[in-house]
Design a protein around this ligand. Structure first.
Ligand SMILES: Cc1cc2nc3c(=O)[nH]c(=O)nc-3n(C[C@H](O)[C@H](O)[C@H](O)COP(=O)(O)OP(=O)(O)OC[C@H]3O[C@@H](n4cnc5c(N)ncnc54)[C@H](O)[C@@H]3O)c2cc1C
Length: 323
């Protein structure tokens, strides 16, 4: 049996978890899943559809929001009870963090961001994984010497495929936590919501801006185009560290990894840490004044020009095309 940690934010499923469930299913074992927090119980239908027979729901008075060490403790308890062959999760920052705590509790290795997994069938022989290193610019083949494989699935390396399964059976349980398990937890939130209710991970269209936008006021053009196309705004790290936009909009190695149908990169040079977050986009349009900008190596279409002129012209053309 393979146990998959299904991540959710106050009951809202992280879509990368469906890819983790799909990857788990392809390993040919029975799939069980776990969510942390009672709001996750509502996901029994969708995790069942993607192949999980059981949804373990861990509830505890101290788990009021994301608390990664508590998640690690919950997973440890389930591993000891169920003896799975592997524990998998999405290769998101949260997925990686929760699995890392599990691995630390069990004193076992963890393979982060795997694009392929071959489970060992011979006792004592290592599992084999291919995993992303250097912001996914390098894929490394590695042996994992441990009976239990703890691994996260590289974001967007697997397409989510429904198994048309029935809703998973819900098994609620209360884990035994130590006080230190909830020392790190979310206490309150600033409104990090993306405008229009479309999040970076869900968006089919992302209009992303970099240093070339010139300041926070310059993002009005990007917002207008994004809204017109039913998408959302993203940005580079220079933009968030300059305080022009919130961190929630940062795309890249230390931001969000995205794979929209259309990624428009305006005034972004294409540093490897940015590319790591957007290179899986289906179509990439680059707007840059520099014909030598590295991001052009990833462009399907490029407009060499000043984004302050190009974006309004593009917005006008889209508006006219939409009638
Ligand atoms: C550990 C680490 C993690 C990092 N994580 C991330 C991350 O998650 N995401 C991320 O983005 N970066 C990340 N970075 C930073 C990254 O290395 C780059 O510094 C950053 O991506 C550069 O941002 P930029 O492309 O906006 O700026 P620049 O590199 O300065 O590029 C600006 C671009 O705008 C163009 N331009 C200027 N004016 C105009 C105009 N008027 N019209 C059109 N084009 C114009 C220029 O030709 C240039 O290509 C990380 C760095 C480190 C060390």
């Amino acid at each position: 049996m393979i146990l998959v940690l299904v991540d959710h934010d106050r009951g809202e499923l992280d879509p990368l978890s469906l890819r983790a469930l799909t990857a788990a299913r392809k390993l040919g074992h029975e799939i069980q899943s776990v969510v942390i927090g009672s709001e996750g119980a509502s996901l029994a239908g969708v995790v069942g559809e993607y192949g999980a027979k059981v949804l373990h729901v861990a509830t505890h008075a101290s788990i009021t929001d994301y608390a990664p060490m508590a998640s690690g403790r919950v997973l440890k308890e389930l591993v000891e009870k169920l003896s799975p062959a592997a524990v998998l999760a999405a290769g998101s920052p949260r997925g990686n963090e929760q699995l890392a705590h599990l691995a630390a509790f069990l004193d076992l290795p963890m393979a982060a961001e795997c694009s392929s997994i071959t489970l060992s069938t011979t006792p004592g022989a290592p599992h084999q994984v291919s995993r992303a290193r250097w912001a996914a610019n390098l894929i490394e083949d590695a042996n994992v010497h441990s009976d239990l494989l703890i691994a996260s699935i590289l974001a967007f390396s697997v397409e989510p495929e429904s198994a048309n399964g029935a809703a998973a059976s819900v098994v609620e349980f209360q884990p035994t936590l130590e006080a230190s398990d909830t020392q790190v937890r979310v206490l309150s939130r600033d409104s990090g919501e993306t405008k229009g209710g479309v999040t970076l991970t869900d968006a089919k269209v992302i209009v992303s801006g970099g240093r070339g936008v010139g300041g926070s006021e310059g993002f009005g053009n990007l917002e207008e185009l994004a809204t017109l196309m039913g998408g959302t705004v993203g940005c580079s790290r220079v933009v968030t560290s300059s305080g022009w936009r919130p961190h929630a909009e940062q795309v890249g190695q230390t931001g969000t990894k995205v794979a929209p149908d259309l990624y428009i990169a305006a005034g972004i040079s294409g540093a490897m840490q940015h590319i790591a977050g957007m290179k899986n986009s289906k179509t990439i349009v680059v707007i840059n004044t520099d014909p030598e900008a590295p991001i052009l190596n990833y462009a399907d279409y490029a407009i060499i020009g000043d984004l302050h002129q190009v974006l309004p012209a593009l917005t006008k053309a889209v508006r006219e095309a939409k009638g």
